[in-house]
Design a protein around this ligand. Structure first.
Ligand SMILES: Cc1cc2nc3c(=O)[nH]c(=O)nc-3n(C[C@H](O)[C@H](O)[C@H](O)COP(=O)(O)OP(=O)(O)OC[C@H]3O[C@@H](n4cnc5c(N)ncnc54)[C@H](O)[C@@H]3O)c2cc1C
Length: 671
């Protein structure tokens, strides 16, 4: 991703011709031909990339990756999806990746796609969740995981290099080289080469000389064919050789997907992280066994009665903020797809964040300037009263599509898949390696199960496993308080967040939370902590507080719950493969003398072992997307988040920094 600080997206500016055709005002060019857009796509991209044959030849479990420049109205994606639906075997998957500098606004998008009634099935799924919010990567899942779309929003020269994975077919679309010369540069073709393999093909509508030369120089065989309609020529071809160019420093390199004999994974932990990972793997055709130590899922941090979809964002493009935003958008789409309308566990009430300082207010205002209004906006006191049912007397940042969730029900829904077997009452005490398999042992040293792939999603308990002892995770105690609903509190119609939060009632109780205490391992619910939560409510939202004092002088406490957030020093979760620590210290010892040394070696990972934890106070937003990240790694798919974020999530990051700073012994030497 670009180092640029600006996350603002400039949407496409369109003019509509009488025949319904959209024309870009920015590039003064058409998106497609109204009469023959589908035919043109088939002629220009589908056939020259031999997609009918290649889709037909896929086996169950295989993933085919297409990358496109210029998503535009999404027509090429929809055509590829329809063909994939018709030809690919059950269990095969399509991952379509597309770059776009100026994404269409949702209403323009819907209008443009209404022109293709034959693609209605795919169009209605896509338009339902399409919302390109800001610069960066955004990930969507369709058709129960058979089709995935990753949009790379921003300048192609910034976004494409950050794509992690390889591509099977390129669609070089977008506005023509004469209208959009910035996109068609030699750099683009070099990046394509880095992401291609020997079977990678490409096709493009243009036969411009610089495109032909650029592709040839970057290692593609280039052929000419007749273009569609009035276009005389177009280009297509295949990559000739793999480049071993990698701009990633050796110590940061991630492992290739483990070659497995059986697509079976065991996941330790039945909270949000474990159930999300289980779902993402099951959707990729894996059999999953989910082990949980308690008699039921979601018995620890993921077991509160209500949790808020809360995105604490920064106007600066920090990795944490980017991941939160991508996770937020992904979780909302997922919740909308999974919600059970008979017995809902997701309530899209809107969430309002209130600043606790001048600095925070400035941050909110900067965010509201950068991001689209359907994602977030600043609202004054009057508007907030309309949205929340209470007069708060402050301005706040409104997330209209956010809301609250019943986390345990969400976990159940995530793990409700025929390929997921849940085994509760199993406490994994240690892991042993036997050839290719991990053996999971209980407290008595008895084998519970074995598998080539294991994902540890055990929250704060992960360090009990000796191979993860080195991870710098901390447990932060939190207590929520449940208050009896009153006739007055019933009016609360949005979640309110400040130092703490209060949600509209679930049943007859509102959740009020939560305390935040380091170095506190007390598991019981304490009345003093209830008083702290209530004091927060009285201080931050006095109008709401008084709604609980209807029949008595104090709010009626009906319950409470204590749990532990698992956090890391940089507040980003730990998502990725697990390192062999001793081997790493040995191989990369020289970094301690000079951090710039390019070591001739690779990090040695513990084969098939992954971790997904450290979701802190925002697991509802970060755990589901992290499940997708891990599943992409395990399956060797192009990743659903960009490489720079994979680096920020890499569980080895603290070890690398410790080696460089001299905080850890290398080769037995103390530093
Ligand atoms: C008080 C409080 C309020 C919160 N409010 C919000 C909120 O409003 N919004 C939000 O997004 N987030 C909130 N969070 C954070 C969110 O709940 C967590 O980030 C999320 O639940 C973490 O999920 P997890 O799966 O990583 O961990 P957990 O839910 O703790 O799951 C880990 C699971 O692993 C199991 N396990 C551990 N070790 C073993 C083993 N050896 N063998 C077998 N099983 C094992 C545990 O029993 C547990 O079920 C809150 C957290 C707390 C504590």
């Amino acid at each position: 991703m670009s180092t640029s600080d600006n996350i603002k997206t400039t949407h496409a500016r369109l003019e509509w011709r009488e025949n319904g055709q959209p024309v870009s005002s920015q590039y003064n060019d058409i998106y497609f031909s109204t009469q023959s857009g589908v035919e043109e796509t088939v002629h220009t991209f589908i056939k020259p990339n031999q997609l009918p044959e290649r889709f037909t030849g896929l086996s169950t479990g295989e993933c085919f990756t297409i990358a496109e420049t210029g998503f535009g109205t999404g027509l090429s994606f929809l055509c590829a999806w329809q063909l994939f639906d018709d030809l690919a075997v059950n269990g095969a998957r399509l991952h379509f990746i597309s770059t776009e500098k100026h994404p269409l606004q949702r209403q323009d998008f819907q209008r443009a796609l209404s022109l293709w009634p034959l693609l209605k099935k795919q169009t209605s799924e896509l338009t339902g969740i399409y919302q390109p919010a800001c610069q960066g990567q955004q990930h969507f899942v369709f058709a129960g995981g058979r089709v995935r779309l990753t949009l790379l929003i921003g300048e192609v020269q910034d976004t494409l290099p950050d794509l992690y994975g390889s591509v099977d077919a390129w669609f070089l679309d977008g506005f023509s080289p004469s209208k959009n010369p910035d996109m068609w540069s030699i750099n683009l073709f070099e990046i394509m080469a880095q992401k291609s393999h020997e079977q990678t093909t490409f096709a493009t509508f243009t036969a411009a000389r610089m495109v032909r030369d650029g592709l040839t120089r970057s290692g593609f065989n280039v052929e000419k064919a007749s273009g569609y309609g009035k276009k005389r020529d177009m280009l297509f071809g295949q990559f000739r050789h793999t480049t071993s160019l990698s701009s990633v420093r050796p110590e940061w390199q991630l492992p290739k997907a483990t070659a497995v004999q059986q697509q079976h994974a065991v996941i330790i932990g039945g909270g949000l992280a474990g159930t999300s990972t289980a779902r993402s793997l099951a959707q990729r055709g894996w059999q999953v066994t989910l082990l949980e130590q308690h008699p039921q899922l979601a018995a620890e941090a993921s077991g509160n009665p209500q949790g808020i979809i809360y995105a604490k964002l920064s106007p600066h493009h920090t990795p944490l903020s980017r991941f939160i935003l991508q996770g937020y958008l992904y979780s909302i789409n997922l919740l909308n797809q999974l919600n059970d309308h008979q017995s809902p566990f997701w309530y899209q009430t809107g969430v309002i964040q209130f600043p606790t300082s001048e600095k925070e207010l400035n941050r909110y205002q900067a965010l509201a300037e950068q991001l689209p209004k359907d994602l977030l906006y600043m609202a004054g006191a009057e508007q907030i009263e309309t949205l929340s049912g209470f007069s708060i007397h402050h301005e706040g940042l409104v997330f209209p599509e956010a809301g609250w969730v019943k986390p345990a029900e969400f976990c159940h829904s995530l793990s409700d898949h025929p390929a997921i077997k849940i085994k509760t009452g199993h406490n994994v005490s240690s892991l042993e390696k036997d050839d290719n398999e991990w053996i999971l042992l209980n407290e008595q040293g008895k084998e519970i199960i074995r598998s080539e792939v294991v994902v540890v999603a055990a929250g704060t308990h992960c360090r009990k496993l000796s191979v993860l002892e080195h991870l710098p995770v901390k447990a932060i105690r939190g207590q929520i308080t449940q208050l009896a609903q009153t006739d007055n509190s019933r009016r609360l119609s949005a979640c309110l967040c400040s130092e703490g939060y209060i949600a509209p009632a679930a049943g007859n109780e509102h959740t009020l939370g939560a305390t935040f205490d380091f170095n506190d391992s007390c598991q019981s619910v304490r009345s003093g902590d209830h008083q702290r939560n209530i004091a927060m409510l009285a201080d931050r939202f006095p109008g709401v507080f008084s709604a609980f004092n209807e029949n008595s002088s104090n709010p009626v406490i009906t319950g409470g719950r204590t749990a532990f957030r698992c956090t890391t020093p940089d507040y980003l979760p730990l998502v990725g493969p697990v390192i062999n620590r001793d081997a790493f210290l040995h191989t990369f010892a020289a970094l301690q003398k000079n951090a710039k040394t390019l070591i001739d070696g690779k990090p040695e990972y513990l084969p098939g072992l992954y971790i997904n934890t450290g979701h802190g106070s925002r697991g509802l937003v970060t755990a589901p997307l992290s499940g997708e990240v891990i599943a992409s790694m395990i399956c060797g798919d192009s990743n659903v988040v960009e490489y720079s974020l994979l680096e920020a999530l890499n569980p080895t990051r603290f070890l690398i920094r410790d080696v460089i700073k001299g905080n850890v012994q290398v080769n037995g030497k103390s530093n």
